[in-house]
Design a protein around this ligand. Structure first.
Ligand code: C2E
Ligand code: MG
Ligand code: MG
Length: 671
């Protein structure tokens, strides 16, 4: 028989309910357990049935159910048989004593022990009451046909009282509507506990025949167990995600519906959150599905312990998790931050230690929707908003709806645009400040949208990263710019090309092969290519990117850290990185002549780079004074509007052709 799960935090309503049930049971117990006489003949049968009741209580079978674990015990059948064979007083004593012993052995909370004892005392008394009303008081010396309807009625009363008492307690603990809880559980209980009860008359009948038949009754009871357990396993499968054992979308929606109904009545808010694991597709694609599964299991475990009691956590498939937590939007944001920080510590999967992050979208009942479907849709829109704006968590707002549609269609247009050749590459010269080395150009992507016109990288790189379009984009920029490099070299310009590579592309294990193929196709040495990776990203995801970086560097491709100074790489991390160059972020360079602290920073970075044997490039040179100062500091390369703005290939070529660092013979050739 079910019993309310032993949760630690119980509501006031539950305490009042338990007090009432226990008081009622005490009255019934006091009134009947002493007054009715004891007839324990035959004693061996009494002992055998008592032992079975106790064994049943001591060995409950755990059965996984939609709402967690429930237990089924066979003590019911034997307790009912005792009632029929020996009367209420012995049956009640044995039943109550067995449950108290078993619960105490399991160290159940005193409230739970008391409640279970009261529940059993009332259930068996209800059955005895029906027998008394029918004028057919036990003990029964045999069962005749006319007694069968009375038997069924008594068994029914036993079942219903037991079921109603247990479900009410469990529903109060779970904060769910009582009638719905009873209705939901009825079928399962009828098939398990109901069938067990129906077997009691057979136990009684066989005891009249011979005592030896009573233990045989155990066998069919076991069959009931196995069947019930299998049914429960099937029901569990239908409502749970096999990988994480969390509820699935169907169960989440059902439970949320009930939670919303309760919140509506009690005028409370409920936050619905959708959490998406950042870059999970890349983890899965590059490291394999088993690896991905392991990450998802760890994410599920961490979210579960961070979500706390009372929250509903589910997995919707893929890398999407859903949560429903009581509280207004402000509390929801605090909860979301707590959930996200539970993912902060690196996850150890096989030989790797991964940094996993997530994005959460929040929609709150009743502010952002009243139905499950509406709240989930709005949480989804908010989640995309969080991803798009690079914040880890966003609360739904009406205006996001339009943006989310815009974003999706823009990403699709970008993908098509790349295929149609709408993506252009501009080149910004990067020149040696102290002579000697050949010139270089940084490839910068531009998108000419058919309606919106020219869009800079800030308008589409983030979008491409979040929607997977970054892969074809990077390949396209690499192809166009390496082709350009080949053309320039054919003209005699000894130029190398720097291409920006998103950190996401570094998780793409195909990247080295793609680059190797392009270098071979354009007959370029690998030293002609430098890949620029933004500092903050490379440090955060170094473990993941390491394999691809090492392979590229092994091929002879140069690696530069872009926007250096904006991230938080420590010196030791810098030393471990397989890099050749650092590019000082333009925010320190542009104003270094007027801001002494910027100048100190730039000077330190130049020295650091030199000491580590790295090439140092300064970005964002806008004046001659800054250029001169950088030259004095010994910075190797310079890049900026003062030297040359990003421009189409022809314009950039004219610039290189005019540089005096190039051999004069070549200048004549290209002039
Ligand atoms: P970045 O790699 O740091 O590129 C330099 C950015 O600084 C360029 O902006 C350039 O126009 C700008 N810039 C250069 N000199 C100066 C200057 O003197 N003053 C000022 N104020 N700005 C200067 P852009 O072209 O808008 O690119 C922005 C960022 O977009 C790039 O920063 C890079 O991180 C990213 N990006 C560009 N193309 C691609 C690409 O093909 N793939 C990827 N993954 N990212 C790209
Ligand atoms: Mg760059
Ligand atoms: Mg930069």
């Amino acid at each position: 028989m079910p019993s309310p799960t032993g949760k630690t935090s119980v509501s006031r309503a539950f305490v009042v309910y338990v007090a009432f049930t226990v008081a009622l049971a005490a009255v019934v117990f006091g009134a009947f357990s002493w007054r009715l006489g004891w007839r324990l003949e035959p004693l061996p049968l009494f002992a055998l049935l008592s032992a079975f009741v106790l064994i049943g209580e001591l060995l409950p079978i755990p059965v996984p159910r939609r709402n967690g674990l429930t237990t089924v015990t066979i003590s019911t059948a034997f307790a009912f048989a005792m009632l029929l064979r020996f009367g209420l007083a012995p049956a009640m004593w044995v039943y109550v004593a067995s449950t108290v012993l078993a619960d105490a052995g399991r160290r159940g909370s005193p409230v739970k022990v008391l409640f279970n004892a009261a529940q059993y005392a009332l259930a068996i008394s209800a059955a005895a009451g029906v027998l008394a009303l029918a004028g057919d008081q036990p003990p029964w010396t045999g069962i005749v046909t006319s007694q069968v309807p009375v038997l069924l009625a008594a068994g029914g009363a036993f079942f219903l009282v037991n079921h109603a008492l247990a479900c009410t307690g469990a529903a109060l603990v779970a904060g769910l509507p009582i009638p719905r809880y009873m209705r939901d559980d009825l079928e399962f209980q009828a098939w398990t506990a109901g069938c067990l009860l129906a077997f009691a008359p057979a136990v009684v009948a066989s005891s009249h025949s011979t005592l030896a038949l009573v233990p045989v009754c155990f066998v069919p009871l076991l069959a009931v167990y196995v069947g019930g357990r299998q049914a429960a396993v099937n029901s569990h499968r239908a409502y749970h995600d096999a990988l994480t054992e969390l509820p699935n979308r169907a169960l989440f929606s059902e439970t949320l519906q009930a939670k919303l109904a309760l919140a509506e009545r009690e005028q409370r808010s409920v936050a619905v959150m959708l959490l998406d694991v950042d870059d999970f597709k890349t983890i899965n694609d590059t490291l394999g599905h088993e690896f991905g599964d392991s990450v998802l299991q760890q994410v599920a475990q961490r979210l579960q312990s961070a979500a706390g009691d009372g929250a509903i956590l589910a997995r919707f498939g893929g890398d999407e998790f859903a949560l429903a937590i009581d509280g207004d939007p402000r509390q929801a944001q605090e909860n979301a931050r707590r959930l996200l920080s539970s993912l902060d510590a690196p996850m150890d999967v096989e030989w790797l230690s991964l940094n996993v992050a997530g994005s959460i979208g929040i929609a709150s009942f009743p502010y952002h929707g009243r139905s499950v479907a509406e709240l989930l849709r709005h949480a989804d829109v908010a989640m995309y908003r969080a991803k798009a704006s690079d914040v880890s968590c966003a609360v739904y707002a009406e205006e996001y709806d339009e943006h989310s549609i815009d974003r999706i269609s823009l990403a699709a247009q970008l993908r098509r645009g790349i295929e149609r050749g709408e993506l252009e590459v501009h080149y910004q010269p990067k020149v040696p400040l102290n002579g000697g080395a050949p010139g270089a150009a940084e490839a910068l992507a531009r998108w000419t949208h058919p309606q919106l016109g020219s869009i800079g990288p800030d308008g589409f790189i983030g979008l491409a990263e979040q929607t997977g379009v970054i892969k074809p984009l990077t390949e396209r920029v690499l192809e166009v710019s390496l082709n350009q490099c080949r053309l320039w070299r054919e003209e005699g310009l000894d130029v190398t090309i720097s291409v920006n590579v998103s950190w996401r592309s570094l998780l793409d294990h195909d990247l080295p092969a793609t680059i190797r193929g392009l270098l071979a196709r354009f007959e370029l040495p690998s030293s002609a290519l430098c890949l620029e990776i933004t500092e903050s990203r490379i440090v955060a995801d170094l473990r993941r990117a390491r394999r691809v970086l090492d392979e590229l560097r092994g091929m002879g491709v140069r690696i530069a850290i872009d926007d250096f100074g904006t991230g938080f790489s420590s010196l030791s991390q810098l030393q471990q990185l397989p890099i050749d160059e650092i590019k000082i972020d333009r925010s320190f360079v542009t104003h270094m002549e007027t801001d002494p602290s910027d100048e100190i920073l730039v000077k330190s970075i130049v020295e650091l780079g030199r000491n580590l044997g790295l090439t140092v490039t300064a970005e964002g040179i806008e004046t001659e004074a800054v250029l001169e100062r950088l030259r004095e500091l010994g910075c190797d390369f310079g890049q900026g509007f003062h030297i040359g703005r990003p421009a189409a290939a022809d314009e950039c070529r004219s610039y290189f052709a005019g540089l005096d660092v190039l051999p004069s013979a070549r200048l004549t050739a290209v002039g």
